[in-house]
Write a protein that binds this ligand. Sequence first.
Ligand code: F0G
Length: 360
Amino acid sequence: MAIGNRYLGLIDRYRDHLPVNDDTRVISLGEGNTPLIKLKNIPNLLGKDIDIYVKYEGLNPTGSFKDRGMCMAVTKAVEDGSEAIICASTGNTSASAAAYAARAGIKAFVLIPEGKIAMGKLAQAMMYGAEIIQISGNFDEGMELVKQVAKEAPVTIVNSINPFRLQGQKTAAFEIMEELGTAPDYHCLPVGNAGNISAHWMGYCEYKKNGVVNNSPVMVGYQAEGSAPFMRGKMVDDPETIATAIRIGHPQSWDKAWVVKKESNGWFDELTDQEILNTQKMLSEQEGVFCEPASAASLAGALRDIKTGKIPEGSKVVCTLTGNGLKDPDTAIGQCQQAETLKSIPATLEAVTKAVLAEV
Ligand code: F0G
């Protein structure tokens, strides 16, 4: 067995594909290298001959795919002499920015929408020591403010409009192709700003161009019904969904995403909040994989398209699970009936034995 192969994060791993040089001080927390888990029980339930893999990005250092982009964005910000970064966020970007800023020893300003960010994400931003600016507005308003403020103050924007973010995020596609030995037939993602779907497409195209693989996937983007500008064909001013991570009406990578759809022969679709929550629960119960609500949109959409045959049998499908389920404990507990019926029994052998025997 080979020893001494310590994984040092994706900049170290993909140095030749990223805009860094030997002198670059790398700001890393060991991001990337996440599991690609092949589902077993859900395909059986479907009764379809299909390979479904989930790329569990919730196992990144701060619990979401944002770490891939943030390590690049913060590394480059530091290289350029920046002493402060700023972002607007539905939660995960702010957690990631705060962590990488802490690691780099610079300041992070994060704009978050009041009352619409999951508890785990807020806890992270606070613990990592970010300057939290809560606004009585949504993500889209926060994003516009960030763009304006960055013109006035010496701060680097680390939202996905920062091109280094997408560079880092494309490495998820590299990992998938290396593991499968090919690109999948379909790659399904939840879409908010559409930065991640654009970054993945960049990664797939790069490996195809370099001859590492000779195929590329159909890219499919799923949105929440109340926040689905790509389905409406125009910006949405009052986005709403329980999947707060993708509660976005004015996607920043609007043009890029339409190009991805066209070039990959892909499509967009939308899901109700209930469909998203049902899939989040099913994935946990059936496969032991706990993702946050927004992440479940990718699998919810894929399952629907597999059922209807839009994604044909025999396909290799990858769904990105963008964030960890622990990010949003309130929504998780809120949908578990057990939470309502949970009651204490005496701490005696007799009572506990009786409780177990009643269920086996
Ligand atoms: N899934 C999760 C868990 C997210 O946090 C996000 C975006 C997305 C999907 C959508 O990715 O924007 O690249 O299309 N979250 C951002 C944030 C907006 O502020 O954390 P996208």
